[in-house]
Design a protein around this ligand. Structure first.
Ligand code: NAD
Ligand code: UFG
Length: 335
């Protein structure tokens, strides 16, 4: 298949490009580099030995999208492009509704105009809000608790409604749990701008000496050791989940939603220990107050993806830590 990958220079998009190429698919990246660098493309070419077409553009720009769809005959789109910082979404909600919701609406319109009928969308476990129980399955009610989460739930609705109205359109909505890790080459990985919001890149920056210590946000949750518990999924497993979803679209039209997680929860301190093992150093930490809006614990029921997509996560937290460390220690300043 020839696949347009919006946001393909970003963390998850770049790993997915490699998974697509490994299965013989062709990719065209569309990215405005607002949260990534063109160097990513060079690294992808180095790893894959394949030239990668890339168009610099914004998903909110109708005419730029029309141009790229006119220049290529796409079979499908994987839509990663968007903004993802929960705190920033609360401070600047209109920016998030514009890029995430309007960008997705415009992309869907342009896809239909060019008769491209398959889309895989990056949703998030954040759409569930605080779950009534764990593990979380896809039939749980959605209670997004911040503007970022609302944008993901809205785009899911837009795609579901549009697939119902245009029966040729197929949409797979993938709700990611907590992506971590990097490609085993150590050439690509997560490269956050400024202070990392997420646990794994923060630990990696402490390990490499860029930050003094990890702040553990609360140790008084009702969890195994008092710290927050999440379902961390290796980014290469996540990437392969997209390829499985894409291949299912051609077999089963309509709209489909899947959790992509491992089904296992790990605490902040367990992730810290896994990282210490991987890098062979002690990582200093200080316990601080809980972070506003954080949930004690959640993990996925990934059974539906396994049954219907024939996909399940294979890599463990030791591998996530080892691959993150290889990327971070080889590229202390990122790309
Ligand atoms: P990322 O920021 O690394 O990648 C997003 C890419 O999209 C970047 O390359 C950025 O430059 C590009 N982009 C942003 N706005 C754009 C625009 N208007 N037009 C074109 N390109 C644009 O983020 P990521 O971690 O790779 O996440 C990818 C997707 O997965 C996002 O939609 C995110 O919301 C979703 N997601 C991420 C996580 C996570 O923890 N990383 C969890 C759940 C869902
Ligand atoms: N944590 C710390 N210190 C840090 C960062 C995080 O103790 O410096 C803790 C958090 O309190 C939480 C756990 O580590 O218990 C994971 O936090 P992350 O910020 O890495 O991840 P979240 O589960 O809060 O959220 C992430 C993304 C969301 C996405 C969600 C589900 O940021 O956008 O996973 O996919 F929606």
């Amino acid at each position: 298949m020839k696949v347009l990958v919006t946001g393909g220079a970003g963390y998850i998009g770049s790993h997915t490009c490699l998974a697509l190429l490994a299965q013989g698919h062709e990719v065209v990246v569309f990215d405005n580099f607002s949260n990534s660098k063109p160097e990513v493309l060079r690294r992808l070419e180095q790893i894959s030995g394949t030239a990668i077409a890339c168009v610099e553009g914004d998903v909110c720009d109708h005419s730029a999208l029309h141009q790229v769809f006119s220049a290529h005959n796409f079979d499908a789109v994987i839509h990663f492009a968007g903004l993802k910082a929960v705190g920033e979404s609360t401070a600047n909600p209109l920016k998030y509704y514009e890029v995430n919701v309007c960008g997705s609406r415009i992309l869907t319109e342009v896809m239909l105009a060019h008769q491209v009928h398959c889309v895989v969308f990056s949703s998030s476990a954040t759409v569930y809000g605080t779950p009534k129980s764990v593990p979380i399955n896809e039939s749980f009610a959605l209670y997004p608790a911040n503007p970022y989460g609302h944008t993901k739930a809205m785009v899911e609705t837009i795609l579901r409604d549009t697939a119902a109205a245009h029966t040729a359109l197929s949409a797979v909505l993938l709700r990611y749990f907590n992506p971590a890790g990097a490609h085993p080459s150590g050439l690509i990985g997560e490269d956050p701008k400024g202070i990392p919001n997420n646990l794994m890149p923060f630990i990696a920056q402490v390990a490499v000496g860029k930050r003094e210590h990890l702040a553990v946000f609360g140790d008084d949750y009702p969890t195994c050791d008092g710290t927050g518990v999440r379902d961390y999924i290796h980014v290469m497993d996540l990437a392969e989940g997209h390829v499985a979803a894409l291949e299912q679209l051609s077999r089963q039209p309509g709209s489909h939603v899947y959790n992509l997680g491992t089904g296992c929860g790990y605490s902040v301190l367990q992730m810290l220990q896994a990282f210490e093992k991987a890098c062979g150093k002690t990582i200093p930490y200080q316990v601080q107050a809980r972070r506003d809006g954080d949930i004690a614990e959640y993990w996925a029921d990934p059974g539906k993806a396994e049954r219907e997509l024939g996909w399940r996560a294979e890599r463990d937290v030791a591998q996530m830590a080892a691959d993150t460390w290889r990327w971070q220690s080889n590229n202390p300043e990122g790309f």
